[in-house]
Design a protein around this ligand. Sequence first.
Ligand code: SF4
Length: 54
Amino acid sequence: MTLSGVKCTVSNCKYWKSGENCDASAIQVNVDGGGASARQSEQTNCQTFQSKNS
Ligand code: SF4
């Protein structure tokens, strides 16, 4: 069961499924470097990511 509405291109994440899908039960997205305010999408980051190789 993939997360409805989540599109992800991080294909080396162990939760990633083909078609840009994520099969984690939920994801956590944080601001790079901490805090609660980002200015650009590049400053946000999925913290649920886990490398397939770890
Ligand atoms: S956990 Fe995050 S990085 Fe991994 S597939 Fe899901 S959205 Fe992508």
